[in-house]
Design a protein around this ligand. Structure first.
Ligand SMILES: *Cc1c(COP(=O)(O)O)cnc(C)c1O
Length: 405
């Protein structure tokens, strides 16, 4: 057994995020968003530690790639981005309690509202800092998590418009199942409800109709799936997450695009999760490996120890199930995933050495120019019975993120 040949302070596991992939994805998504004849603002969602890509690293890379706004989930993310020198517009999609809403106004963030108390707190904070608070009313159209139904949404919009400290900047809704199915009847009905509500608000407030040259109201409904499926409904802004990171929202979304006879855009996964081989041991046949003795070697086996575990977000459900890449070749996880250790069968990688890079998620080339392979987030999600959104988001916040070319 030998130690990993690492400099002190060099991490045992890290995530690389590719600036080139971000540039590519934002470029193709911007093109897609314009297919409807408008040039909507691009709001890239960076909630959930930028879907696990690292909040600051991803925010900077996405802004460098040309997105207009960043979409956050809570106050701590706004605080962190502003403290890190990000001056781009920030829009928050999740619930902010009144005290947090007041602080968000001070930090010059805009956010979604559907609640009188939050609106009152935003108004008071705006008065105190001498700058109007910019609010977006959430219209409930069928997702039933956040938002107000038609009449209540119109009433809140009127209330905001009548308050000199507030600005009704936008109207939003969110689809319930647009990425879950190839049947988009429900999503279409949500869209109709949203458009009816937006028209009622415009009429009540005397605002110009949608698409008019003087129209300033930002309506936004599209997540990644809607943007990829229906560029024509993009409205004034799109809020996309998963596609910015180079992942299709779902198989159903890809299939729907293909069924519509359209050429799907090429998205490039931005994230690669890596570690190094910490230890190699040659075991005879018939030995158990790890907790619970859930694996027994059936041949002389080279067991590689990886210095990562479920603490780092490598799910315990991957025990005896997942594969990793060593020299671009698949190696099976054998035995249970522990808190800080994973064992893999490296028998078929004869040249493997302690310290070699291992890819847990993403692509790796082979040795000496040999073709490599890829462990996709979708594949890991299938192993786990979940979605790739969760797989990438769950990578521990303590895992270092490095932006690479
Ligand atoms: C997370 C989120 C999005 C982005 O969804 P993707 O499927 O990742 O594109 C859009 N809108 C809201 C309100 C969200 O919470």
């Amino acid at each position: 057994m030998s130690d990993v040949p690492l400099a002190v302070g060099e991490p045992l596991t890290w995530v690389e995020v590719s600036q080139t992939a971000f540039h590519h994805n934002i470029h193709v998504l911007r093109q897609a968003s314009r297919a409807g004849g408008r040039a909507p603002l691009l709001c890239a969602m960076v909630k959930g530690n930028a879907y696990g890509h690292g909040l600051l690293a991803a925010a900077q890379a996405l802004l460098a790639a040309g997105v207009d706004w960043l979409g956050t989930g809570d106050l701590s993310e706004i605080e962190f981005l502003r403290a890190s020198g990000i001056t781009a517009p920030i829009y928050t999609v999740c619930y902010l309690p009144p005290q947090h809403a007041a602080r968000a106004v001070e930090l010059d963030a805009r956010f979604v509202v559907y609640d009188d108390e939050v609106v009152a707190a935003a108004s008071a904070a705006a008065r105190a800092c001498g700058r109007p608070a910019r609010l977006h009313v959430k219209v409930e159209t069928g997702n039933n998590r956040q938002g107000l139904r038609h009449d209540a949404a119109v009433a809140l919009a009127e209330r905001i418009a009548a308050d000199p400290h507030l600005r009704l900047e936008g109207l939003a809704t969110h689809f319930a199942d647009v990425e879950d199915t190839t049947n988009h009847a429900f999503a279409r009905s949500q869209l109709q409800r949203f458009e009816a509500c937006a028209a009622a608000i415009r009429a009540r407030l005397g605002l110009p109709p949608a698409g008019h040259p003087d129209d300033q109201l930002l309506t936004h409904v599209s997540n990644s799936a809607a943007l990829l499926l229906w560029p024509e409904v993009c409205g004034a802004m799109v809020r996309f997450g998963i596609a910015a990171y180079g992942l299709w929202p779902s198989k159903e979304t890809l299939l729907s695009v293909q069924m519509a006879g359209k050429q799907p855009v090429e998205l490039r996964p931005a994230l690669t999760w890596k570690t190094r081989i910490a230890q190699l041991r040659d075991m005879p046949a018939g030995e158990y490996i790890g907790y619970g003795r859930t694996f027994r070697t059936v041949r002389p086996t080279k067991v590689a120890l990886l210095p990562i575990g479920y603490y780092d977000g490598y799910d315990r459900g991957l025990s005896n199930l997942a594969q990793v890449l060593i020299h671009g070749q698949r190696a099976h996880v054998i035995g249970r995933v522990a808190m800080n250790m994973v064992t893999v069968d490296a028998t078929d990688c004869p040249e493997v050495a302690v310290g070699d890079e291992v890819v847990l998620l993403g692509a790796q080339g082979g040795r000496d120019g040999q073709p490599g392979d890829e462990i996709s987030a979708e594949q890991v999600a299938n192993w786990l019975g979940t979605i790739h959104y969760e797989v990438v988001t769950r990578i521990g916040e303590h895992v270092q993120r490095r932006v690479v070319a």
